[in-house]
Design a protein around this ligand. Structure first.
Ligand SMILES: C[S@@+](CC[C@H](N)C(=O)[O-])C[C@H]1O[C@@H](n2cnc3c(N)ncnc32)[C@H](O)[C@@H]1O
Length: 254
């Protein structure tokens, strides 16, 4: 059996009781350790489930997953995934390949950034497509986040969530300020007026755990704020209902 288990957004105490029971019974436990930042302590997690954890990088999950799947043919194997299983980075490929090999798969859900953004007060029903903002090199430009923002605005003024790049091995994580700068750079080339000093934005840091921070206001004001709470994401709200506005006002920066 292969168990795909979400860690949630906090530390080891955010695993569900069912997840802990299963992890204690598994012969091997892998931890997908590259798609977000874990707020927990791996040593404490190992103590909780009474076995060592094998850290799995992108190559191990996307290219060498047969190793994990072959183990799961005769034993109970778990793969821990930060947040929830199918949110943002999809692990559908793993499910399909396991089933092709005749391995049963069970999914244990947990909290995700895709729902924790509800902390802002923005209605989850009113979000459009999610965009990812990558770290760029001088020779590589990506305009898709700007295009997704444009489409979401066209489609009923939907809210846009931007997930930000991180490089765990290099200890590099993008801040909401860098994400704003990224969008300003595209605006300077495209000049469609989607991003101005007055555009309302929300910088979100470490949602779903102690010490979370949110900054709401005009782009030029939010850009002046900083946070060392990670991971971070950015939201550009669409049309606001007055309740959403009232909720956001609680994090207003001038
Ligand atoms: C590729 S997504 C992985 C999402 C994860 N599977 C989940 O369900 O939450 C990782 C990105 O989401 C955003 N993110 C994840 N957790 C966050 C949090 N607690 N607060 C703010 N942003 C977060 C960051 O931009 C981070 O780089």
């Amino acid at each position: 059996m292969l168990y795909l288990i979400g860690t949630g957004l906090g530390d080891e105490r955010d695993l569900t009781l069912r997840a802990v029971d299963i992890l204690k019974k598994c012969s091997k436990v892998y931890f997908e350790y590259y798609t977000s930042i874990y707020r927990g302590d791996l040593k404490k997690l190992e103590m909780l489930i009474d076995k060592p954890i094998i850290l799995a990088d992108r190559k191990m999950i996307e290219v060498e997953s047969d190793k994990i799947l072959d183990d799961a043919k005769n034993k109970n194997v778990a793969l821990l995934i930060m947040g929830d299983i199918f949110s943002a980075t999809t692990h559908s490929d793993m499910v399909l390949r396991a089933e092709e090999k005749g391995i049963q798969v069970a999914v244990i859900h947990n909290a995700s950034i895709l729902t924790a953004i509800g902390d802002t007060g923005l209605s989850l029903y009113k979000f459009g497509r999610t965009a990812s903002i990558p770290f760029l090199t001088d020779s590589w430009k990506v305009d898709s986040p700007y295009e997704i923002l444009r489409d979401n605005k066209k489609n009923g003024e939907a809210h846009t969530l931007f997930l930000l790049d991180l490089k765990v091995t290099e200890k590099k994580t993008m801040t909401f300020n860098q994400a704003i700068e990224f969008l300003i750079e595209i605006e300077s080339r495209k000049k469609e007026g989607l991003i101005t000093n007055d555009t309302l934005v929300v910088g979100c840091c470490g949602l779903g755990f102690e010490g979370l921070e949110m900054f709401y206001g005009k782009l030029s004001d939010v850009l002046k704020k900083n946070s060392n709470v990670f991971p971070q994401c950015l939201i550009i709200p669409g049309k606001l209902h007055f309740i959403e506005e009232e909720m956001l006002e609680r994090f207003k920066v001038e």
